[in-house]
Design a protein around this ligand. Structure first.
Ligand SMILES: C[S@@+](CC[C@H](N)C(=O)[O-])C[C@H]1O[C@@H](n2cnc3c(N)ncnc32)[C@H](O)[C@@H]1O
Length: 232
């Protein structure tokens, strides 16, 4: 029995290398891991969730789809109670604060170039990207996926200190421009509208952070030729 997977989770799977040992942190139903094992992409899965209910659902689903033998199940807040012998970690469907907290609490060993982090963040993406660079991580690749009316960004992140990121690039990264996904114009317009709305609010409030956001908007607008230039 094959599992239908959302475009968002399929996009996360795109960054998993053949044979990877994958840790899905916040696995919930376990669908991502089931798909990665059914398709033979991952060699094994660490399934972890902070809540017992989702973890039990993942266990039931793994048995139903016949992949339980290649999975281990861990009741764990982030990476605190899981084995460290994996190649890549997936953190999907979580807010920026949760993702930052999960990485921060494992940073003494996770800051190692042997690990790849696949992150799909639901909120405050610019803050997360800035924090990752401040902590010495670098976005290696970034792509987009759409489910319903939402466009999601999915990043592959590695520990590789010493790389800068500009404020505008925390909104639209060079890696997203490079990826040049068909959804990029739609994603860009949403991001730009968000910044314009922030500027509108800051102007009304007489907030002194206004120039920072005006510069971000200026630099985002300068990306338009690259975003729209090569499209028919
Ligand atoms: C919205 S669901 C996303 C599930 C799946 N990763 C996806 O993208 O479809 C978030 C899951 O993360 C779990 N979670 C939240 N905080 C966590 C933490 N600190 N450590 C592990 N799991 C966590 C929740 O219990 C929930 O099952």
């Amino acid at each position: 029995m094959k599992l239908p997977l959302s475009s968002r989770l399929l996009a996360c799977c795109q960054f998993v290398h053949p044979g990877d040992r994958v840790a899905d942190i916040g696995c919930d139903h376990g669908y991502l891991g089931i798909h990665l094992l059914q398709t033979g992409i991952a060699s094994s899965m660490i399934e972890a969730d902070i809540n017992r209910g989702p973890l039990e659902a993942a266990l039931r689903n793994a048995a139903k789809f016949g992949v339980k033998d290649k999975m281990t199940f861990h009741l764990s807040d982030g990476l605190t109670r899981i084995p460290r012998d994996f190649d890549c970690m997936v953190c999907a469907g979580m807010g920026a604060d949760t993702i930052m907290s999960i990485i921060h609490h494992a940073s003494d060993w996770l800051k190692d170039s042997k690990y790849r982090l696949i992150l799909q963040c639901q909120s405050k993406r610019p803050e997360l990207r800035q924090w990752l660079y401040d902590e010495g991580f670098r976005i290696n690749r970034e792509t987009l996926a759409k489910d319903g009316k939402f466009v999601y960004s999915i990043m592959e992140v590695v520990y590789d200190p010493g790389h800068p990121i500009t404020p505008a690039q925390t909104y639209i990264t060079p890696q997203l421009l490079e990826d040049n996904h068909p959804l990029l114009p739609e994603y860009y317009e949403r991001v730009k509208s968000g910044v314009e709305l922030t500027i509108f609010g800051l102007k009304r409030a007489g907030d002194d952070r206004l120039p920072v956001y005006e510069n971000i908007l200026h630099d985002l607008t300068a990306m338009e030729e690259q975003i729209y230039g090569n499209r028919s």
